[in-house]
Design a protein around this ligand. Sequence first.
Ligand code: ATP
Ligand code: FE
Length: 329
Amino acid sequence: PTILAIESSCDDTSAAVVRDGVVLSNVTAAQAVHVEYGGVVPEFASRAHQRNIVPTVDVALRRAAVAAREVDAVAFTRGPGLIGSLMVGVSFAKAFALARNIPLIEVDHMQAHVLAHFAEDPKPEFPYLCLTVSGGHTQLVVVHAPLEQEIIGRTIDDAAGEAFDKSGKLLGLPYPAGPELDRLARLGTPVLRFAQPDPGDLNFSFSGLKTSVLYTLQKENKRDPAYVSQHLNDICASIQDAIVTTLMQKLIAAAEQTGLSRIALAGGVSANSELRRRLVSEGQARGWNTYVPRIEYCTDNAAMIGITATFKYDLGVFTDQSVAPSARL
Ligand code: ATP
Ligand code: FE
């Protein structure tokens, strides 16, 4: 089938065309407005989606060289996400499906992150273990089948992406701080140790990290007001090392517990260079087959929505016009 997919859960408006599981186009309009506020402002996000959605879909269809009448089904993110943002994508998809008289397919944003691997080769076989690390989630997922995903570990407070963003904000880095922190960390050495509580099991806790970073900065700043600017790269490297070490420890424990050796990363934080590096080196040492999507498919994108919808289309799982978005799906 030829599927038009829409993703609008947070601050990126994205549209993709996926034909028989092959991504023909994937177009994302990022919203610059949030940078000056140091975070996503929900009200601005939904307004920008409203402005961007039609042109973004137009470009996606044009790049795919697919006409609107050739689309067999329209897929959209139902949740989780910001309700006002989701509403724009859901409404657009409903209207498109109604006008064209084609089926509608709702997609769970987190399931889609986990299935982003099927947007390119090599594709993992089932079952595989996926570490999803994004701005709002940190999950260890056993993927038995496309729509059979079992969460075996999750964060009890902040997500890994939040840990990057909130720690980076303390250092004065622009929102979202993750990519910039990654860049600066490559210039530094992880010499500082930050406290991180371990909730045990396969669960994560990241909220203590930013507190520990805050206290360290306050203490050092009192001694030397130039501390942060002079040691910025080392501080970034230390924060990154703390987060990545925790992620890898839990991932290794999950691989051992489940006996799985097909190991995948998903979500925006899988763009992190240190996490990618350690997954590959740990994977070589342990004989894992590792899967890391290219960065375009790690962060929010409609291609992963179209890929997930293709699995649903093949199983005959459709949605009717009464559907409403769900912020906490
Ligand atoms: P969710 O999917 O949970 O709803 P989201 O869609 O907002 O959240 P993503 O777009 O998947 O999240 O990821 C965004 C997060 O990834 C941000 O927290 C950002 O800082 C982080 N991130 C992106 N690139 C990097 C990087 N190179 N290093 C660390 N973090 C990064
Ligand atoms: Fe996401």
